[in-house]
Design a protein around this ligand. Structure first.
Ligand code: NAX
Ligand code: K
Length: 501
């Protein structure tokens, strides 16, 4: 699904209104009705009061329309008009007139207003600003948002949390509404996925309000949200007449004296990726353990019993995944350098291989073009340097990707797969995946997909999607707390099945 900017969103709204021969009021009514239906499912069962904070634009119009639906169902609603400008949009005004006629309680809130009494038992719907926010909010709106955040009622933002910008991170003294739920319309917005906005979004729902799909797809954007539909498009069905040679031979290089589990996890995951064959090069002393865990794996002799080593292979692997558990010793550095210099296979580079590259910049020159690098935030910082905020981070990732001609998969709550200017944001995954070994599973999976000749960014994009989905599927049987990396491997088969539904 494409991620659009504010002007494209407005264009899409207008095109849909024209194509469907409806009014902007009809579209607002449709969007608000759908948001209201979601809202109903999360409202408290005990009696509650709803405050709806309404700006004068179309986001406020949505809030007023929701107030109407709630009033019709007998909910105790109070509308707070947050008057940051005198000019009210046409649909906002019509909605306001309708509510006034229905005698709904409406109060005006402006610069001179006192903060009112909201309790943590109340429900607050935030429709102050939507995607139209384009400059710093007036102080009295900032104060209002700060006050509500401090009270912490059940909070729902319509389209985006007020105070969120689509193209920048707020400065330290700018407020952003902190929601428990955000109902965003039609297409997700990039800021909703950025860690700098983590406290503001809560549970995210993307509501399809029936805007024109054909036009949406025709808009050009470097940003894509990788949902099930976009993952399915990348998935390749297997042929009945295939054999193991069809699906490639992956080699995993990893492990060191005290870090052998990581390479075992990566190998197990690689085996579940659909790859034809998996060979592992790891310290020799752990060979038996490896085979006991995964007898399908083949072993490559390694000259050191404590560290990884390099020697040329009798075959050309279709992919090599290097780095998990290798440590940052001199032996690991020498071996990594040789692998980078000599390997003719596409590479997946992870973990300590990235740390070694960050520490010894001379290695940068040897990274083969189109390699897939999978750093977690710490490794990323060591590679590209510290960033000011998430937009700055994206800029830095892009320029690193351009400079080295590599694909960066930045592991985050919403992982980002970046190649040059293109950014793919992952939709799957959960906090249970913040657990040791989760990244090793991802490396194994991507190396396996890469060996199957999935082209360009697809192994990284599909890998991150399937990996996150495995984590989500595991939560059907267990809690985030108890999820461990091995559970992800167990769920990979179910993840793949979802691509064939
Ligand atoms: N066009 C449509 O028919 C639809 C629009 N929808 C809603 O419309 C929203 C966008 O509406 P708007 O474009 O009216 O924008 P907003 O309602 O987000 O903002 C209102 C206006 O405030 C002004 N403004 C921006 N920053 C300001 C600041 N710091 N101080 C004072 N004024 C400021 C801008 O002129 C902006 O247009 C979406 O987020 C969504 O909620 C939905 O109802 C779906 C359908
Ligand atoms: K809002």
């Amino acid at each position: 699904m494409k991620i659009l900017d504010a002007s494209q969103l407005a264009e899409l709204d207008q095109f849909s209104i024209d194509r469907q021969n409806i009014s902007s009021w009809d579209l607002m009514e449709r969007a608000s009705k759908l948001a209201y239906l979601r809202l109903k499912s999360i409202l408290p069962t005990s009696p509650y009061k709803v405050y709806i904070l309404v700006g004068p634009g179309n986001n406020g119009g949505d809030g007023l329309a929701i107030a109407n639906f709630m009033t019709l169902e007998g909910v105790d609603v109070e509308v707070i008009l947050v008057n940051y400008t005198e000019t009210r949009s046409e649909d906002n005004q019509s909605n306001l007139d309708r509510l006034k006629a229905a005698k709904v309680k409406i109060i005006d809130f402006n610069k001179a207003s006192q903060l009112f009494k909201i309790t943590s038992e109340d429900v607050v719907i935030d429709a102050i600003f939507g995607v139209g926010l384009n400059r710093s909010m007036p102080d009295f709106v900032q104060d209002l948002i700060q006050y509500i955040n401090s009270v912490s009622p059940l909070s729902i933002s319509i389209d985006v949390p007020s105070g969120m910008f689509l193209d920048r991170i707020p400065s330290a003294n700018e407020q952003v509404f902190q929601s428990d739920y955000t109902y965003t319309f039609q297409t997700p917005k990039l800021s909703l996925f950025l860690p700098d906005y983590a406290n503001s979004v809560g549970h995210l729902d993307i509501i399809d309000i029936g805007l024109d799909k054909e036009f949406l797809n025709s808009l050009s954007s470097d940003l894509t949200y990788v949902d099930l539909e976009s993952a399915k498009k990348r998935y390749r069905f297997r042929s009945r007449f295939s054999h193991k040679g069809t699906y490639g031979h992956a080699v995993l290089v990893g492990g060191s004296q005290l870090m052998l589990g990581s390479i075992i996890l990566a190998a197990k995951s690689c085996m579940r990726s659909g790859v034809g064959k998996t060979s592992v090069m790891m310290p020799n002393k752990a060979h038996l353990t490896m085979i006991q865990h995964q007898p399908e794996v083949m072993l490559i002799d390694n000259s050191s019993s404590h560290f990884i080593s390099y020697h040329s292979l009798e075959f050309e692997p279709n992919s090599v995944g290097i780095g998990v558990g290798i440590g940052t010793s001199t032996e690991a550095f020498d071996a990594l350098k040789s692998w980078l210099v000599n390997s003719k296979s596409p590479l997946v580079i992870d973990a300590d291989a990235l740390n070694l590259i960050a520490k010894h910049e001379s290695l940068l020159d040897f990274i083969p073009k189109k390699s897939i690098l999978t750093p977690h935030p710490g490794e990323l910082k060591r590679l590209i340097g510290a960033w000011k905020d998430d937009f700055d981070k994206l800029k830095k990732i892009k320029s690193f990707s351009k400079k080295l001609d590599v694909i960066i998969l930045a592991k985050e709550a919403y992982s980002l797969c970046v190649y040059k200017d293109q950014i793919y944001v992952n939709s799957t995954g959960n906090s249970g995946m913040a657990t040791a070994g989760s990244g090793d599973v991802l490396t194994g999976l991507i190396t396996g997909l890469l060996a199957q000749k999935y082209s360009s960014m697809d192994p990284a994009i599909l890998g991150m999607f399937l990996h996150g989905l495995a984590g989500d599927l595991a939560l059907k049987w267990m809690s985030e707390e108890s999820l461990i990396a091995s559970d992800l491997i167990d769920q990979l088969g179910h993840s793949f099945l979802k691509l064939k539904d």
